[in-house]
Design a protein around this ligand. Structure first.
Ligand SMILES: C[S@@+](CC[C@H](N)C(=O)[O-])C[C@H]1O[C@@H](n2cnc3c(N)ncnc32)[C@H](O)[C@@H]1O
Length: 392
């Protein structure tokens, strides 16, 4: 991922305003180290760059939470700042390819787009964790009138598939680089024909990170139209039984489940090819939606209309995770922006699907830097607590 190593420099030269194509919005001081974080904007994308300071060399790199999918924007911003301040670059992996900027914009969707997006296709399917994208690309080619929403948490895989979409001239794929467990909550009810979950990571030691859960099943059944299927394919015997247990659980009143063993599909994904070479068994578990679901209403307010930055705020705020019934809030790091604003890095929401964000707070209020949280009941409850904590 893009970064440069530079000789230490005078950060007072980092002034707000234009530096090449990049606008520097603010700079802020990490209150727990000497590091600094700068807010930048380029092509309407706002994100953060981290200045990580060691004794004789400093690193200028992207911030994971706010990183845009268009990696070229990060490269451009780092190289603009470096050129404008005439930094002494010791090491760099920045090499800008113009074509990539264009293509990401067309088929890449962000979580925020789903608040009021329309789906101009005959039908819609979703693939969760598409990895190399072999199955997603194949399905899209075979069904040109169906939209395929590919959700992948791993950024390089999402970027690789965006390149393939352009190379293959496909127009019916949207790529979303996000946690599918959260994104699914933004999809309207009764919309989809299929949800593919092929070879999810079993997470035997960290079950809270698994894609399949009771909550995921419920969301999938809401999103699927009557007759639509959630299709899980796995090579893990343990995960197969875990999924079956989840789909047939005591508290699931009604369900329609089919099971298959070693059924060949028309296309073999990268992972499947590996397991087949090892002669592993492959299991399919399909769950069919049998009922129409109620419409989903996303009318939560994630604003900070009553918030105001006051001196001493950071000292008063809890630094340890705050645990509540079904959710948590953890203020992880604080960055001071002059004397009248603060940037706060935090994690919050449900324990198995936490959100990671930054909040900007100044004398006129506050907002989530970059994008608002996914509009879920749990995130909204956490948001109300966050507001309470900021109003101490
Ligand atoms: C074992 S790979 C399988 C990839 C592909 N389906 C295949 O069959 O080759 C699992 C993929 O799921 C992605 N993934 C894991 N958790 C995810 C989540 N919560 N949301 C979206 N993608 C996820 C991983 O990044 C990885 O690419």
């Amino acid at each position: 991922m893009p970064h440069i190593t530079v000789k230490p420099f005078d950060t007072s030269a980092l002034t707000e305003g234009k530096h090449g194509q990049t606008t520097l919005l603010f700079k802020s001081q990490d209150l727990s180290s000497t590091d600094e974080m700068i807010g930048v904007e380029i092509e309407e994308e706002k994100f953060l760059l981290h200045i990580k300071k060691a004794k004789s060399t400093w690193l200028l790199k992207y911030d994971k939470v706010t990183r845009p999918l268009k990696v070229n924007l990060v490269k451009q911003a780092i190289s603009d700042i470096s050129a404008s301040l005439e930094l002494e670059v010791l090491n760099s992996n920045i090499n800008i390819h113009k074509a990539k900027v264009m293509l990401a914009g067309i088929y890449e969707k962000s979580i925020g787009d789903f608040v009021d997006i329309t789906f101009p296709f005959e039908s819609v399917a979703i693939e969760v964790g598409f990895g190399s994208g072999k199955h997603l690309l194949y399905q899209a080619q075979k069904n040109p009138n169906r939209l395929f929403i590919g959700i992948e948490i791993h950024t390089p895989s999402a970027q690789q598939v965006l390149r393939q979409i352009e190379l293959q001239g496909l127009t019916n794929i949207w790529v979303v680089n996000y946690d599918a467990r959260l994104l699914l909550e933004m999809i309207p009810s009764n919309l989809c024909h299929q949800i593919f979950v092929h070879f999810p990571v079993p997470w035997d030691k960290k079950p809270h990170r698994r894609v399949i859960s009771k909550a995921f099943l419920e969301e999938s059944m809401r999103v699927l139209d009557v007759g639509g299927k959630l299709e899980l394919r796995t090579d893990s015997h343990k995960y197969f039984w875990y999924a079956l247990d989840t789909f047939l659980g005591e508290d699931i009143a009604k369900t329609a489940v089919e099971i298959r063993k070693n059924k060949a599909l028309e296309i073999t994904s990268k992972y499947e090819a590996r397991w087949l070479r090892q002669e592993k068994d492959i299991y399919d578990v399909y769950v069919t939606a049998t009922e129409q679901s109620a419409e989903r209403i996303l009318d939560f307010d994630f604003s900070f209309n009553t918030t105001e930055y006051k001196e001493g705020l950071v000292e008063k705020m809890a630094k340890k995770p705050l645990l509540f019934e079904g959710f948590f809030v953890h203020f992880e790091q604080f960055y001071q922006v002059d004397n009248d604003a603060i940037l706060i890095k935090l994690a919050f929401g449900s324990f198995d699907r936490p959100e990671h964000k930054y909040i900007w707070v100044d004398k006129n209020g506050g907002y989530y830097f970059g994008s608002s949280p996914v509009k879920t009941v749990t995130n909204h409850m956490a948001h109300l607590k966050i507001k309470e904590c900021l109003n101490v």
